[in-house]
Design a protein around this ligand. Sequence first.
Ligand SMILES: [Mg+2]
Length: 301
Amino acid sequence: MAANSPFVSFVSTSQTMAANSPFDCVLLDLDDTLYPGNTGLGPVLKRNIDEFLVAKLGITAEDAAAMRVELFRSHGSTLAGLIALGHDVHPDEYHSYVHGRLPYDRIAADPQLALVLQSIPQRKVLFTNSDRAHMKRALERLGVDEDIFDDVVCFETMNPHLFGEERVNGDVASERPVVILKPAEDAIMAGLLAAGTDPRRTIFLDDSERNIAAGKALGLRTALDKEKRLSQPYAYVSFVAVGKKVRSKDADYAMESIGSLRLVIPEIWGAIAGEQPELGIEKKGMRSELDSFLRPTTIQA
Ligand SMILES: [Mg+2]
């Protein structure tokens, strides 16, 4: 890596704790990654989005459901689609309606998760499309202190142009602000810049096949494009599919739940493959054992 790389200046001294590890930073998604995909929040989220569309646009519930699916397909999220189409929707208004009314009590406290995260010696970055208020409530339910993370990349940090005086509401399509979310290139870039290390020494955990596939595809493309700001190929990032029994072609690892992290990727702690690092954590009752019987669902928001 070149000495003037934008990644070098962020390297933390804590990384030296895992001298034998191939990784300097762990990027972690939040929803359906740090907690299981079977909480039932997904269907409620979809219902909330549909109700928002009905209230905001005066359309039928049936049309709202169809619109949600179409906007997710075409723009990556309902909010991104609404803004792209020129609707006057403030992100806070949308998030308080669709996230703020979620039954957060369905996210169970996970003391083992907090211990495992604390034990990761590398830089840890939470990398979520969700808004900050949702992130804080989900972490609170899990019993994970936000301070465990060295940095947070969330909706607000990826989209400062949608807030405050910088906010733009163009009348014509070319002037409308674009919502930046994974798996868009600018979003992946934001995550990697926050990681602050060589992409070859970054590991990225996400339950979304779409995010993982896009990250990998982006890497393959940028590896060939010398004009990109970061010519280091993202393809070198190690991608981890969470909530999956089987590894897809784009993922380097797969695990059914974050509770299996030590078993599946002991290299994070500098242990060799096949060995589970000793962290002083009781294995009995770990969530991974329960999760092996549970199937994840996908949230289309
Ligand atoms: Mg997720």
